[in-house]
Design a protein around this ligand. Structure first.
Ligand SMILES: O=C(O)c1ccccc1N[C@@H]1O[C@H](COP(=O)(O)O)[C@@H](O)[C@H]1O
Length: 234
């Protein structure tokens, strides 16, 4: 049975954390990039993380921070995964993860001229560089680094890579079902598409987004049953 993991990113209020968790988010993201409108201090994030039950993953998002800066944040805000969303090289990303003792998501910001083979090669390099590497997170290249609500051409994602990637960039209730069915990613990550205003999440939009992802999962399950009628979906 297909179950695409769902991360909701850029939370700043405890009521938004509680809503996301209650509605079924698998992961919650906190933005430690000071230029972001969704920035939270490590102390604010620690208070938000205290509202998260076990088995929901808390992620810390960084842009071009040093290993020392990331380690200092993680000491105060106990995230279990770091999302490296800037121009850090693969070696720098591995060093950051080692310094803070956390697994990491390496972000690849896709441009119109990105080739599918670039993504495959980049993922292999990440995997070879560090045992703390978990997944490639694919976002759209924008000057502001992220959280911009801008999508990229999903046909650039190689079929063999898709089951291991986190897909993000411009996702919303309007395209989530299509994203799941056409890309088949391991997970999806959303920020601006479930907001009422920057940094303020909208519980209705989160609920609708999650329902749209599950509708995609259901479509994939039905297709699998049609192709392999004797296969169990359990
Ligand atoms: O959310 C932010 O403010 C942010 C700032 C800097 C880098 C990344 C940021 N968010 C991430 O951007 C992608 C796409 O977001 P959106 O759904 O298109 O708004 C997502 O991975 C966020 O985690």
């Amino acid at each position: 049975m297909q179950r695409t993991r769902i991360k909701i990113c850029g939370l700043t209020r405890v009521e938004d954390v509680q809503a996301a968790v209650a509605l079924g988010a698998d992961a919650i993201g906190f933005v430690f990039y000071p230029n972001s409108p969704r920035y939270v201090t490590p102390e604010q994030a620690a208070a938000l993380i205290a509202a998260v039950p076990p088995f929901v993953t808390c992620t810390g998002l960084f842009v071009n921070a040093t290993p020392e800066q990331v380690a200092a944040v993680v000491k105060v805000a106990p995230v279990s995964l770091v999302q490296l969303h800037g121009d850090e090289s693969i070696a720098e990303s591995a060093a950051i993860a080692a310094a803070c003792g956390r697994q990491f998501l390496r972000v690849f910001r896709v441009k119109p001229d990105t080739a599918p083979a670039d993504l495959l090669e980049y993922e292999q390099l990440c995997r070879a560089a560090s045992p703390l590497f978990t997944s490639l997170l694919l976002d759209t290249y924008v000057d502001a680094y992220g959280g911009a609500g801008k999508g990229f051409d999903w046909s650039l994602v190689p079929k063999e890579l898709a089951p291991r990637v986190v897909l993000s960039g411009g996702l919303s209730v309007h395209n989530a079902t299509d994203a799941v069915v056409s890309v088949r990613p391991y997970a999806v990550d959303i920020s601006s598409g479930v907001e009422a205003a920057k940094g303020i999440k909208d519980a209705r939009k989160i609920a609708d987004f999650i329902a749209a992802v599950r509708a995609g999962d259901d479509q994939l399950d039905r297709a699998t049953l049609k192709e392999h009628p004797h296969e169990s979906l359990a």
